[in-house]
Design a protein around this ligand. Structure first.
Ligand SMILES: C[S@@+](CC[C@H](N)C(=O)[O-])C[C@H]1O[C@@H](n2cnc3c(N)ncnc32)[C@H](O)[C@@H]1O
Length: 248
């Protein structure tokens, strides 16, 4: 197995693939001022679909769940069939920077913890075309709560090529993308610990027992554990902010 396989094994074994929790999804949904009776929703970087399921419960709409990793989408196909949702949830394997949709196809574009893969500003500018005029875009993304960040945190992010912007900087990026920021709020710490790093640690412990000697496995598990250590140390400096935006 390659490191990438082990990486996917960790995330496939977790209830969700990024920090978050259902109450935050519900809160963001409640901040959308007006939702049509049967909205067409696009969920980008959906993973195994934790928030996709929540969105299906919150609306009478149809949800198109997009990810570039087919095994995550297969999981969505599995649970949506079991839960009688397959007529409202469809999956599309595609890259978020090359989406196979029509202009203005969706009432609401949703993305939790995934836009940083292509960059906040670039993602918004590109995805906006798929959102109806007067529709909404909701994303959660990594932001800096206190600036400047400590040196150790900057050094930790460097190899990932991540530039983490403040909420003020992101507010400007939103208006530069031609969108209107309606609300923003921060994901609570339990979205990171209880719903993400704690289940991740259980998977890591199990995989270390089973494959601890494989260097391809150890390198992935060490990096993920280090990420959790950094969050526990500097979680007051950064986290996820939900941005609820309107396409005017
Ligand atoms: C941090 S996870 C978030 C998953 C889910 N939204 C959640 O909060 O549990 C990011 C997701 O983006 C997907 N992804 C990575 N690169 C992608 C790309 N270029 N296009 C589409 N999805 C991508 C990953 O497979 C993963 O499921």
């Amino acid at each position: 197995m390659t490191s990438k396989d082990y990486f996917h094994q960790v995330f496939s074994s977790m209830p969700r693939q990024g920090p978050g929790y259902p109450e935050a999804t519900r809160k963001a949904w409640s901040l959308i001022p007006s939702v049509p009776p049967h909205p067409a929703i696009l969920d980008i970087g959906c993973g195994t679909g934790t928030q996709t399921r929540d969105l299906a419960g919150l609306s009478d709409g149809t949800i198109t769940a997009v990810d570039n990793y087919q095994p995550f989408l297969d999981r969505i196909t599995g649970w949506s069939k079991q839960e009688g949702l397959s007529d409202r949830v469809r999956t599309v394997q595609a890259s978020m920077d090359d989406l196979p949709f029509e202009k203005e196809e969706f009432d609401i574009i949703w993305s939790e913890g995934a836009i940083d893969i292509m960059g906040f500003e670039k993602g918004l500018s590109l995805w906006k075309q798929y959102c109806k005029k007067g529709g909404y875009i909701v994303v959660s993304d990594l932001t800096l709560f206190k600036s400047p960040a400590p040196e150790e945190l900057i050094e930790f992010w460097k190899p990932y090529g991540v530039t983490v912007y403040t909420e003020e900087e992101k507010s400007r990026q939103i208006s530069d993308a031609g969108l209107q920021l309606l609300h923003m709020f921060r994901l609570g710490e339990k979205g990171w610990l209880e719903h993400f790093y704690e289940p991740m640690q259980e998977v890591i412990t199990k995989l270390r027992k089973e494959n601890g000697d494989a260097p391809e496995c150890a390198v992935v598990l060490d990096a993920l554990e280090q990420e959790a250590v950094i969050y526990r140390k500097y979680g007051n400096y950064y986290g996820y902010t939900f941005f609820v935006m309107r396409n005017p």
